[in-house]
Design a protein around this ligand. Structure first.
Ligand SMILES: [Cu+2]
Length: 470
């Protein structure tokens, strides 16, 4: 009897909760922003078919448990054959399965047949970022290969292919698409399986190393949508966040025209460290003459305690200076970052930023002082499980994962940054796609104590540390 009631409550509860979540909390499809309304229809049909079957079967089971419960003097009868009932059940099951499968097959045929006039785009996934490629004026994407991937050619575009010279390669997790234009998206992966999903477009596709997969859709609404990596197996895919900005064709074309072509990125003049050095004079007050950093004297770092910069690679320095200039770092509640933002603004243009980054990257990696003590074993445990995947086992960082070196950095600064990421002071700006990863990762440390443990462990990774007082 209690089993019958439990089954009955399960059915009622599931149906009621479904409607409460859908209508009261709005846990439902995001508004559609592409022309794949057919996908929604197939999902609705499947939901209705499986919903009705769920209620019918469990209801029937509850009924049987109650109706045919054990009673004195009653005996079960064995009835192995019932032709009428078997035919009836087969017909209903077949109808249900056909109803669920047919629309899917129909839309799959549309899905795999890309319209002639669709424009080509390419998405490249790697641990743990997205990159995008747009064809130039010729409308053709040149060939590319992961074997050609390097820091100067992160997309692996074939430098000998004339079709690739005018391609626009964007090493940034934000993609742009013109509205109401069929988009044919080609997918490649640099390392492991990934999955490109934009919920509002209702289409998703796996990216498989060694294969080119594809999908197509027509974005129908101007707006900004989140890109998710819905690959479940493996680590870190949940931090692969990006955006697709759907805009008018004029806006899209205007933006594309401002982007350097592949040929231009390959022929860029080398940065000039001497020009950077001339401008560094103002930076020295807070970051030291040799970029060695200015140690805090009291317990808390003050506004003139700039972290050590020597030992940081040019790509990381350049990105941070651009972040400070554009307000991605150094926002309203970031008191220390605001100090810095004022000085980043003195670098007039992209060239000045590149020159400064090149100068800082050329500074000798002088030893940093060890100021943090903590439980090194606990710090190592946290670091190896959560941080090494991007910052590497030895804390050296790599351009490939966009993660900067941590070993050799001012340890007190690592502590303040991890606390800032945890508090949302750094990494929460809508355009801070790299910092956002750290907002998620900073939760690996439960409290201030554990942050210090990790910093203490990172201290042991640097070969050029000096002990306090040495
Ligand atoms: Cu992924």
């Amino acid at each position: 009897m209690s089993l019958a009631i439990a089954l009955f409550l399960l059915v009622i509860g599931t149906v009621v909760l479904h409607f409460v979540f859908a209508y009261y909390f709005g846990w439902w499809f995001t508004p559609l922003a592409a022309d794949w309304v057919g996908i929604d229809i197939t999902v609705y049909i499947t939901l209705w078919v499986t919903g009705i079957v769920f209620v019918a079967i469990n209801g029937f089971m509850a009924y049987c448990v109650w109706r045919f419960r054990h009673r004195q003097g009653h005996k079960a009868v064995y009835e192995p054959e019932n032709h009428k009932m078997e035919i009836w059940l087969s017909v209903v099951t077949t109808a249900g399965v056909v109803l669920m499968l047919t629309p899917g097959l129909f839309y799959w045929a549309v899905f795999v047949n890309v319209p002639e006039e669709a424009r080509d785009y390419e998405v490249l996934a790697q641990q743990w970022q997205w990159q995008y490629r747009y064809p130039g004026a010729d409308g053709i994407l040149g060939t590319a290969d992961t074997a050609l991937v390097s820091q100067g050619n992160p997309f692996g575009v074939n430098p000998d292919d004339p079709n690739g010279q005018d391609d626009v390669v964007v090493n940034d997790p934000q993609m742009r698409l013109p509205v109401d234009q069929d988009a044919h998206i080609l997918f490649r992966s640099n390392d492991v399986l990934h999955n490109f999903t934009v919920p509002q477009f209702r289409v998703k596709m796996d990216l498989v190393p060694g294969l080119i997969s594809y999908m197509w859709f027509t974005p129908t609404k101007v707006g900004t949508y989140d890109v998710l990596c819905e690959e479940l197996c493996g680590i870190g895919h949940f931090v692969m966040r990006g955006q697709v900005v759907v805009e008018t064709e004029e806006d899209f074309d205007a933006w594309l025209a401002t982007q350097p072509t592949f040929a231009e990125t390959q022929n860029m003049v080398a940065a000039n460290p001497a020009a950077g050095q001339a401008q560094y004079v103002v930076c020295a007050t807070c970051h030291g003459r040799q970029g060695e950093g200015v140690q805090p004297q009291g317990a808390e770092p003050g506004p003139t305690n700039g972290p050590k910069l020597a030992g940081q690679p040019a790509w990381y320095i350049e990105r941070q200076l651009q972040y400070f200039k554009s307000g991605v770092r150094g926002g309203a509640d970031d008191v220390m970052g605001q100090q810095m933002a004022a000085f980043a603004a003195t670098l007039a243009d992209d060239e000045a930023v590149r020159n400064m980054a090149a100068y800082i990257a050329s500074l000798p990696n002088v030893p940093a002082q060890r100021t943090i003590v903590g439980d090194i074993a606990n710090g190592q445990d946290i670091y190896d499980r959560n941080c090494a995947a991007c910052h590497l086992d030895d804390g050296a960082g790599t351009w490939y994962t966009d993660a900067p070196p941590l070993a050799g950095q001012s340890d007190w600064y690592l502590v303040t940054q991890l606390a800032n990421f945890r508090a949302g002071i750094r990494g929460m700006h809508a355009e801070d796609d790299y910092g956002e990863q750290m907002v998620q990762m900073a939760t690996a440390m439960a409290d201030e104590e554990e942050i210090k443990d990790v910093a203490a462990y990172i201290n042991t990774l640097a070969s050029n540390r000096i002990e306090v007082g040495e």
